[in-house]
Design a protein around this ligand. Sequence first.
Ligand SMILES: Cc1ncc(COP(=O)(O)O)c(C=O)c1O
Length: 391
Amino acid sequence: MFEALPEPKLDALVLVGQAFRADKRPDKLDLGVGVYRDAEGATPILEVVKKAEAQLQATQPTKSYLPPDGDPDFVSLMQKQILGSYDGRSAAVQAPGGTGAFHQALALLNKAGASGTIWVGTPTWPNHIPMAMHHGLAVETYEHYRIATQSQTFDLMVEALQTAKADDVILLHGCCHNPTGADLSAEQWHTIGDIIVHRGLIPLIDFAYQGFGRSSDEDAAGVRGLLSRVPRALVAASCSKSFSLYRERTGILIAQCSNSEEASRVGGTLQSLARLNYSNPPGHGAAIVRTILSDDGLRAAWQSELTQMRDRVRSIRLLLSEVGEARGLNLGFIKNQIGLFTTFDLTPAQAQTMGRDYAIHMPNTGRINIAGLTSKTVDRFVSALKTVSRR
Ligand SMILES: Cc1ncc(COP(=O)(O)O)c(C=O)c1O
């Protein structure tokens, strides 16, 4: 019966990874996968993570199962890290990475009988729309940002959401929008909050890059402000980037509910969904994060390493803008954006030419991971971009 399966569609980023691995040129660059890279092009384990791991190795009493909702200390520390504080009307569960948290959110919405429609601003992370469809939601899109003019299209977002119906879900990026680096301003978060309250919508916030744009608290300001104004919200957060824990699959889903009874029903439902899906989450990453967040010294060391990662990305943004201007390319928009990504106005064929002719691998959408560049490669990248965009 497997022969009846439709042809599988591989994610654009998986294809970039394959092309990169097959490329034998020594100067090849991978600007695809969304991981932080240092000036040597490596994605190192944070020093603070190694310290936490050493502590765990010496003291961890067991590798027995976690409960379906995960490590309770990890969950409460992360809730505080994300929300700033927490009250009794949130339910939260540990999840296998940000993707697992997003999956749990969609499964919960499905089970709760949400209207069946999710509003998604485009462009977006390539997994959002397929995952929403996989969970049976109908996807409505609006333009979040226009790559051709490198400008935000907030009016179109407002216009679209004003046609949304009660219980429709609205997907928001908490910070460091992937793939445009263009976040909502405080005023725009406020306007969206008004629409959510007025139309009875449910925000689902994907929060995968806290601390990669500005400080951890500044990056959380939009999310915290929104949650203080809306009755219900879901926040799917990841520790992959902020703690550099990618393969440890560490994340959390927070569900803000309208009261504590509702929170307890939602919490129980999330536990049963976890049990059905993966039974219980992986332990190691959560133990590392718990160890770091519960110790003032380790927490400060983590913040300092996070700042170094953020500063490096910021310096490459500035350099790209400068070198672009010097070469007659208008790349000034890059310095006004935040986080790991920006997207260029390239056709799929032009993006492929970057890989084929210049060994600079990026998805067909024209998105790049800024951290894939270094002060030594920016020049080469901008030259290739200039030649390719003229074709
Ligand atoms: C916007 C966004 N959401 C979620 C994720 C998933 O993160 P994780 O690796 O923790 O599953 C990513 C990863 O690249 C992302 O860019």
